[in-house]
Write a protein that binds this ligand. Structure first.
Ligand code: ATP
Length: 283
């Protein structure tokens, strides 16, 4: 794992020469990663070894403000170590909601979330967040508190850009680079990438995707949520979430052959009429 991880990090970080500088600046993502969940008391489980086998079993969920409108309706899925599982679907399908449940910001009204066979509720909070950190893009113009994590691993290959007087003037792409690098520094067993590369330029996106498929996935489960469907073509399994339900699952080619929901999403994106296509271009 160590070699693969280090190769993946080197490749990833060569794409973000300003990461070291950015790591010391302030951003919203850090708040997001550190915030405490609004749920029942966390458990105490913190095993020395973890595989990263994650199971979602028949999960139903409604937001407290809309209890009569389930957002997730009996969702089941499984993430296996060493594999990239992609989750796609139209806007509002419930993808980010599922991530929020995996991070324990909410609890499902029905169903179970298991990590290596144990309920997520059994794990100690900080342990869980170090093993299942999000790499979610931050909204712009927010501050991140200084981070005590081991920045020594980061060696920029070229001088960082001018980050401004307050140290907060980094671009959306750089911000996403920081989020991914920071999540990887924790050497997590489950890596969740929720639309994590959308602000990167095309070359950087392709570089990060290459690292995800060829290096980062070794020894961990990866959940890749992407609006730009070309990013998920190489996934071991693609799950299509629509209106809170997993409607299809299979590889890119299997799902194209079905000419079902995934095929329709691809066609829409190719035609440029999917809402995500304005954010993420199709190569
Ligand atoms: P996108 O691709 O646009 O990010 P998504 O598939 O991630 O969409 P979610 O953000 O999970 O979809 O939203 C699913 C549904 O839950 C939507 O109808 C949304 O309006 C609703 N929703 C999201 N967050 C909340 C919230 N905090 N309170 C109430 N409803 C919410």
């Amino acid at each position: 794992y160590a070699t693969n991880f280090s190769t993946a990090m080197e490749g990833l970080l060569s794409t973000y020469p300003s990461v070291q500088k950015a790591m010391g600046s302030s951003e919203k993502i850090f708040e997001y990663m550190e915030r405490m969940p609004q749920i029942s008391p966390p458990g105490t489980l913190a095993p020395p070894a973890l595989r990263g086998h994650l199971q979602v079993q028949d999960v139903w969920f409604s937001y407290p403000s809309r209890e009569d409108t389930p957002v997730l309706k009996g969702v089941s899925l499984e993430l296996h170590p060493g594999e990239v599982t992609a989750l796609v679907g139209p806007s509002g399908a419930g993808k980010t909601t599922l991530v929020a449940l995996l991070e324990r910001f909410y609890e499902p009204q029905h169903g179970r979330l298991l990590l290596d066979g144990r309920d997520l509720r059994d794990y100690e909070h900080h342990y869980l967040h170090s093993k299942v950190p999000p790499a979610t893009p931050a909204s712009s113009n927010h501050k991140i508190p200084p981070d005590p994590s081991p920045c020594d691993f980061i060696t920029p290959l070229s001088p960082p850009p001018d980050v401004g007087e307050m140290g907060g003037q980094i671009s959306g792409g750089q911000r996403q680079g920081v989020a991914i690098a920071r999540a990887l520094l924790r050497n997590p067993r489950v890596l969740i990438l929720d639309d994590a590369t959308s602000a990167l330029d095309t070359e950087s996106q392709l570089q990060v995707e290459k690292e995800i498929y060829e290096g980062v996935r070794a020894g961990r489960s990866v959940l890749l949520i992407a609006h730009r469907l070309s990013a998920v073509e190489r996934a071991d399994r693609i799950l299509v979430l629509e209106d809170g339900e997993i409607r299809e699952q299979g590889t890119h080619w299997e799902l194209l052959a079905c000419q079902g929901s995934y095929w329709h999403l691809v066609q829409k994106q190719l035609n440029g009429d999917e809402e995500g296509s304005s954010r993420d271009s199709v190569e």
